[in-house]
Design a protein around this ligand. Structure first.
Ligand code: ATP
Length: 364
């Protein structure tokens, strides 16, 4: 069984390095206890790197990331640093396209005791996963839009090849969750098939995949109706799958249900590679103050361990990931170390230390 894993690390911009440092420390701690090894290689990329060198994602960084077992990324981009066409530096999007990371996985969970803007009935839990297609849809048009003095056009692209992989992945995840006792084995296709042909095509491909999984159920919800459902009855949701732009928007709504961007992890997964990074950006407004919330970064690191464990059939990594996730959940739900964005006073270092203390407790 493989026990040493190479991890490509992109600290990126803004608060990136501040939240990456404690995440790596915690990963080392889990690795030591669960008897596996992680070898981190920190790679240059991002807006600050672009401003210095004219390169946002150096070829060597991309190749090292491609060769690694998994990629951990904090946040990239700074509003003041832009390409000549005015768009922001976003190597994380380049990585998705280069490495074919079609499935953006955004878990939305609310642990008992965790504060949420929703006033949930006592017997209700939130535990669903939003899968955002991450290589095409409306984002296909990035850098290709046509703008004249009179009008602007962007093109949305849905391909059969990517959609089929995406839906296969979604049903696989629903089965895994059901088998782990976390979901009822349902996948919901979120689209706008009543208005756009591209979404009718998307939905038809979804239905074809659904037909291959007699042990699971499937349904459809229009994206506008989904925003209502996520707020009014989120406990009904299990696995949601949607187009890139819709997923971009819905994942921020999902983060809000959990208490904010500071606690929302994510993974961009392809057939061979995966990037794990928080849903939030580089938060330049609070960079350098030591107040950034590290929880989303740590939860993303936990997702990385669970993914590696599954892929390499290494239960010690899966266990390590689950322990790390539960330690963060306890820190948040017990209001042990809430950072400012969560209404507390804890610094990045204090919040991370609380997770380290709790790790021993949850693993016992
Ligand atoms: P991007 O477009 O790169 O995703 P964004 O425009 O969504 O970025 P963020 O960088 O995510 O913006 O920041 C949005 C707001 O949330 C900012 O006020 C920022 O300070 C806050 N924020 C984001 N991440 C964190 C965090 N980890 N801890 C505390 N506050 C955060």
């Amino acid at each position: 069984m493989k026990s040493r894993f190479d991890i490509a690390v992109f600290e990126g911009d803004g608060i990136g390095p501040e939240i990456m440092a404690p995440a790596l420390e915690l990963l080392d701690r889990v690795a030591h206890r669960n008897q596996f090894q992680l070898r981190f290689e920190t790679l240059p990329a991002g807006a600050e790197h672009y401003a210095r060198t004219g390169e946002s994602l150096p070829g060597r960084s991309l190749e090292a990331a491609r060769a690694a077992d998994a990629i951990l990324l904090a946040a990239m981009g700074l509003p003041a640093v832009r390409y000549p066409d005015g768009t922001e530096i976003s190597p994380q999007i380049d990585l998705r396209k280069e490495l074919g990371l079609f499935a953006g996985v955004r878990p939305v969970t609310l642990a008992p005791g965790q504060a949420s803007p929703l006033n949930l009935p006592a017997d209700r839990r939130i535990d669903f996963v939003l899968i955002r297609e991450s290589t095409e849809g409306l984002f296909w048009s990035q850098g290709r839009g046509e703008v004249s003095a009179q009008e602007a056009r962007e093109t949305l692209v849905i391909t059969r090849e990517t959609s089929e992989k995406l839906f296969r992945f979604a049903f696989g995840l629903a089965r895994q969750r059901r088998d782990a006792g976390r979901g009822h084995g349902n996948v919901t296709c979120v689209d706008k098939a009543n208005v756009f042909r591209a979404f009718a095509f998307f939905r038809a491909l979804f239905d074809a995949e659904a037909g291959r999984h007699a042990d699971l159920t499937a349904d459809h919800v229009y994206v506008d109706a989904m925003t209502l459902l996520m707020v009014q009855k989120p406990w009904l949701l299990d696995v949601l799958v949607t187009e890139n732009m819709f997923g971009d928007i819905l994942s921020d709504l999902g983060a809000a249900l959990m208490g904010g961007l500071g606690v929302a992890p994510s993974a961009d997964i392809g057939e061979r590679h995966a990037v794990f990074q928080p849903c939030h950006g580089s938060a330049p407004d609070i960079a350098g103050q030591g107040t950034a919330n590290p929880y989303a970064m740590i939860l993303s690191a936990a997702m990385m361990l669970e993914w590696l464990g599954q892929r390499h059939e290494a239960p010690n990594l899966q266990q390590g990931g689950a322990d790390l996730r539960r330690a963060v959940e306890h820190a948040i739900a017990g209001a042990r170390a809430l950072t400012r964005d969560l209404g507390g006073e804890a610094s990045t270092v204090e919040a991370s230390a609380a997770v380290a203390d709790l790790l021993d407790g949850v693993a016992a």
